[in-house]
Design a protein around this ligand. Structure first.
Ligand code: SF4
Length: 183
């Protein structure tokens, strides 16, 4: 079974997904909208992750280095989860959605763990594998498992969703999270 077949099997079997994939799509890496301007937005630090882990700027490497790294894969699979909120100020609900999305990421990576073909997940909010990241005092503990956020790699996620024909926003009082698996 190819890695793509395995991804499609995970997508088709809801029982494997701790929280359901809402929308998804495959694309070839040459169609991924890498945009150096996205990295500038990281500096505004709206997510609070700038300069906190090896998976986000500036520790994750330059835009050019990361683009070259990810262009080494031929394809990517992008998927979303959608979560209802009480209102647009429901920070707790957003955090809960983020946690559920991360559980789905973990289940997906665990499902693919015996695959020999190289693959790598980028997620919605940077790396949270360790309770306390070693950045900047010591090297990353798990460079092979580290999860970069899609934005930190310079991907314009809104343009990516347009490219795939999936929703960036799913209506009022909802939050949508994205991840992608390169392979
Ligand atoms: S794996 Fe651990 S040390 Fe490496 S970036 Fe993630 S949190 Fe930091």
């Amino acid at each position: 079974m190819s890695l793509r077949d395995k991804i499609e099997a995970f997508l088709a079997d809801r029982s494997l997904q701790p929280w359901p994939i809402h929308e998804s799509g495959f694309l070839v890496t040459k169609d991924i909208p890498f945009d150096p301007g996205t990295r500038d937005a990281c500096k505004a630090n709206y997510c609070g992750q700038y300069g906190r882990t090896w998976a986000c700027p500036p520790g994750c490497g330059t835009f050019e280095e990361l683009k070259e790294h990810f262009m080494g894969y031929s394809c990517a699979f992008v998927y979303t989860t959608k979560h209802d909120l009480e209102d647009s100020y429901d920070i707790e609900g957003m955090g809960e959605g983020r946690r559920k999305h991360a559980e789905l990421d973990d289940a997906f990576i665990a499902y693919l763990k015996d695959e020999a073909d190289p693959h790598e997940l980028c997620d919605a909010g940077g790396c949270s594998i360790c309770k306390k990241c070693t950045y900047p005092d010591a090297p990353c503990r798990f460079p092979d498992r580290m999860r970069r956020s899609m934005e930190s790699t310079g991907i314009n996620v809104m343009n990516l969703s347009k490219e795939l024909g999936i929703h960036y926003i799913n209506g009022v009082n909802t939050v949508t999270y994205f991840s992608m698996i390169y392979f």
